[in-house]
Ligand binder design. Structure first.
Ligand code: GH3
Ligand code: MG
Ligand code: MG
Ligand code: MG
Ligand code: MG
Length: 308
């Protein structure tokens, strides 16, 4: 049976959550260890600067933050963490002995997700940590679901539309290369007609998976653009790189050897349209429409072709 999307998303259990404790006091660190280390993986930093660096490098699932620390206080560290977009949603739980409304207000205003007054009570700490971790994992799951295609488990069009304006702007600003591939399965209506939609779905999954495997860099992405069409975003890749990638994809699909008796090739093939940034485009949509026009060209050239 097909795994459900949440099964295949493989959410890690709460016990694998990584918690960063930021506190300069050894006795406090020992207290956190005794309350949390049997339930989660706990890491320690002794000042705000170390905490910012740790978060940027290791992306913990939750941070417990002291306020008064040498070198950099907790408020400053929290603001710095919030300035990094990828770290924006890590729950930061402030825990301080400083007892004033102003101090608490500073915790909230510097991006804190919760506030606890020291001395801490075990029940409060353990339950607040569990609540924040659970909420974080739910929101991570929802975000993944919002950006994944349910059939192929690759990114969906919504994700593509989120990422392409950013990649385009980055490439224009840094004067770096950027290429797009539009990939369309050939004679796919005929495949469904002969073998049925369930087999059609299997075929789409296999093709999607093999395209995903062809992506050579962590920054390359493939998304299902619609129906039996996929789009690849290839940052820092020029037209030569895009052509290499296209040939790799075309061969990989041929190597699947999916029988298609109503195709003139006798098996499933794809056509690919390529477009690379020239520096004169006024927006990503020009790149997209160029790739789309090249896909038509590849179809006109007989299918199982690459154009661009
Ligand atoms: P061409 O070579 O010109 O691309 O021909 P084609 O038959 O592939 O293109 P056409 O646009 O005529 O048909 C696309 C087909 O893709 C029709 C549609 O039923 C099928 N399709 C789109 N989405 C899905 C899906 O999720 N599952 C299945 N099984 N089929 C799908
Ligand atoms: Mg302190
Ligand atoms: Mg199509
Ligand atoms: Mg097609
Ligand atoms: Mg068509």
């Amino acid at each position: 049976m097909q795994p459900t999307i949440s099964e295949s998303l493989n959410q890690k259990p709460l016990s694998e959550a990584r918690i960063l404790v930021v506190d300069d006091d050894a006795i406090n660190q020992e207290m956190y260890r005794s309350m949390l280390a049997d339930k989660y993986k706990v890491f320690y930093c002794e000042n705000g600067q170390e905490a910012v660096e740790f978060c940027a490098r290791h992306r913990p699932d939750l941070v417990i933050m002291d306020v008064e620390m040498p070198e950099m206080d907790g408020w400053t560290a929290s603001k710095k963490i919030r300035e990094i977009p990828e770290l924006n949603e890590i729950p930061i739980l402030f825990s301080t002995a400083v007892d004033s409304t102003n101090a608490e207000l500073n915790c909230w205003e510097s991006g804190g997700s919760d506030f606890m007054q020291k001395p801490l009570n075990r029940v409060t700490l353990v339950n607040r940590v569990r609540t924040h971790l659970t909420l974080k994992m739910h929101s991570d799951l929802l975000k993944k679901l919002a950006f994944l295609d349910g059939l192929t488990q690759q990114y969906n069009r919504r994700y593509f539309e989120e990422c392409i304006p950013k990649e385009f702007a980055l490439a224009m600003r840094n004067k770096t290369a950027l290429s797009l591939l539009m990939i369309d399965i050939d004679f796919f209506k005929a495949y469904n007609d002969r073998y049925g939609h369930l087999k059609g779905d299997d075929c789409l999954r296999l093709v999607a998976k093999v395209i995903g495997k062809c992506m050579s860099r962590p920054t390359d992405i493939v998304a299902r653009y619609g129906g039996e069409e996929f789009v690849c975003v290839l940052p820092q890749t020029d037209n030569k790189g895009a052509a290499d990638m296209s040939y790799t994809i075309r061969e990989a699909v041929l190597d699947l050897n999916i029988l298609h008796e109503d195709s003139e090739f006798g098996q499933i093939t794809v056509s690919i349209g390529m477009a690379s940034i020239s520096g004169y485009e006024s927006g990503y949509f020009e790149l997209l429409s160029k790739a789309d026009a090249q896909l038509y060209q590849a179809k006109d050239s007989g299918r199982n072709c690459i154009s661009g």
